[in-house]
Design a protein around this ligand. Sequence first.
Ligand code: MN3
Length: 192
Amino acid sequence: MFIQPKLNYSFDALEPYIDKETMEIHYEKHHANYYKNFNDITQKYPDLKKMSLEEILKNLPSLSVNKADRKKIQNNGGGSLNHDLFWETMNPNNKKNQNLTKEIEIEFGNIEKFKEIFSQIALNHFGSGWAWLVGDKDNKLKVYSLPNQDSPLSISDTPLLCLDLWEHAYYLKYQNKRADYIASWWNLIKII
Ligand code: MN3
């Protein structure tokens, strides 16, 4: 069984930037459902149950599964793990992500420049997906977006920071104003 990690803060803890109702539906319905579907599909493959979620996504192209199931594993495994990181990086009690500052300054010049680049990518991403800050194989930081629930792990990158660009992540509060959602979200990220 792959278990959805507990959210270590209350649904209203990210107010006013992310509203309580969005958090509740997002965590209890959307995220829970990715875990449920991921468990349903991996039931069929005893080998996968011995692997971690990370290992499965890293080895996605070489898993011994049929084509339709590989797609379900990609969508629901990514949907499970991507949100795990998303919740963790916004955790008001978590100072873990503060140590990225120096690396970001080296790679992007300064934090403001990095935020600008990341925000532009998030804003310009067409349709559903995620904006990512990742470390590549040579430990170099990169920013890009990926469609749907695709994980950077499946292209050999290590996820460090992510922003959910699916409308379910912001529509109740921000409607079509993705730029406002992105600008608000930075208030929850303590990498500086
Ligand atoms: Mn989501």
